[in-house]
Design a protein around this ligand. Structure first.
Ligand SMILES: *Cc1c(COP(=O)(O)O)cnc(C)c1O
Length: 390
């Protein structure tokens, strides 16, 4: 312990489970092993040129050098509304139902500050993106985790949530297409969720970061706002990070119920001063050409998925069958924990994957492969996996 003690909210955070893996990876690199990192969910491909050029041009305009508007550039919010209409046939009022985010992580982390009081319950899936739980803890709320099980196609089992928890819950988080499991939601699931949320007066917070990473034109991922009545209880977080290879730009949006969007806006007005206009202008170009850019990246991920799935099957491993995300969610072989198998892949093949247990207790027994390395590297990783003897 140093001179200055951390606040309880920091001490309360779950332990960083990847620390040991990071240490082992560094060790391997030092030993001269050519490590292939399939751990991080950060696209390797560059941002499309048209988007960069729009951002560059906007950088040069002095009008953009001043403080941006808190709720976001009007033209960006308009482009978001138009994109939602085009892609999901969802109507949004850009004035009251759309807000610009500095990446969706920012919005997800701040949202509970607007609606969660000390000791309110927030229902979080497990395994999951850690920010739902962390945002809850920072707001003084209590995360209640619900396991995502393969037998339910990794959908939340709403019937398994005890009534007294549902009554005390303020928010329920859902994320489909899902990180880390790659599962997608059905219309029936969302309908049931909206019904449940209305019964118990719970806010539905949907994280739609992967809606455009899909591989079946006849089975496009849904927005929860496509469900009639969803706008009474739901806010949706979206991001330009994954679809347009823009993770470094930090641009996303929250849309849906006006009261929920405004509440988040109130928090943001007091902690940040909005995203650089030039980044939002680049974002407009992304949204206006969404389908064109999507069609450029999907065949690349599609090939990587095929190559890696074949390699895994060769050693008797089968990824969960899904039509979305750039992740493969794979059961570890009999006799290993997630951590043990992850360590074996690093030791025997120089490959880093993410142990499922790093995403929560219910992720134990699985590992996640991220298809975000150049295809040649992925082919090399596939070769090494094929040669593994388990
Ligand atoms: C990558 C990711 C995000 C988006 O992150 P940004 O902050 O928008 O870059 C949100 N949710 C999940 C589940 C993710 O994997």
């Amino acid at each position: 312990m140093g001179q200055f003690e951390y606040a309880k909210r920091l001490k309360q955070l779950p332990p960083y489970l990847f620390a040991e893996l990071d240490r082992l990876k560094e060790e391997k690199i030092k030993q001269g092993v050519d490590v292939i990192d399939l751990g991080v969910g950060d696209p390797d491909l560059p941002t499309p040129k048209d988007i960069i050029e729009a951002g560059q041009k906007a950088c040069e305009d002095p009008a953009n050098h001043r403080y941006p508007s808190y709720k976001g550039l009007s033209a960006f919010r308009q482009a978001v509304a138009e994109w939602y209409k085009e892609r999901f046939d969802v109507d949004l009022d850009p004035e009251t139902e759309v807000i610009t985010l500095i990446g969706s992580k920012e919005g997800i982390a701040h949202f509970p500050l607007a609606f969660v009081d000390s000791c309110d319950i927030v229902i979080c899936p497990d395994p999951a993106y850690p920010v739902y739980k962390i945002g809850t803890i920072f707001a003084g709320g209590i995360p209640y985790t619900v396991p995502l099980k393969e037998e339910n196609n990794f959908l939340i089992d709403l019937d398994a949530i005890p009534e007294q928890i549902a009554k005390r819950a303020k928010i329920i988080w859902v994320n489909y297409p899902n990180n880390p499991t790659s599962a997608t939601a059905t219309r029936e699931f969302y309908e049931k969720l909206i019904d449940w949320a209305k019964t118990y007066n719970v806010i539905v917070a949907s994280d739609l970061a992967y809606s455009e990473i899909y591989y079946d034109e006849n089975d496009k991922p849904l927005s929860i706002l496509q469900i009639p009545g969803a706008k009474d209880v739901a806010i949706e977080f979206h991001s330009l990070s994954k679809t347009y290879n823009m993770t470094g730009w930090r641009i996303g949006m929250a849309v849906g119920n006006a009261e929920l969007v405004q509440g988040l806006g109130k928090v943001k007005t007091n902690v940040d001063s909005g995203q650089f206009n030039a980044v939002q202008i680049a974002g407009i170009t992304a949204l206006k050409n969404s389908e064109k850019f999507r069609r450029q990246i999907i065949p690349i991920y599609e090939e990587r998925r095929r190559v890696m799935t074949e390699a895994l099957e060769k050693i008797g491993l089968k990824p969960f069958k899904s039509n979305a995300t750039f992740y493969l969610w794979v059961k570890v072989p009999e006799g290993y924990t997630s951590a043990e198998f992850t360590k074996l892949l690093l030791d025997k093949a120089g490959i880093v994957v993410t142990p499922g247990s790093g995403f929560g207790e219910a992720g134990e027994g699985y590992f996640r492969i991220s298809l975000t390395v150049p295809t040649e590297r992925l082919l090399e990783a596939a070769e090494r996996i094929k040669n593994l003897v388990l």
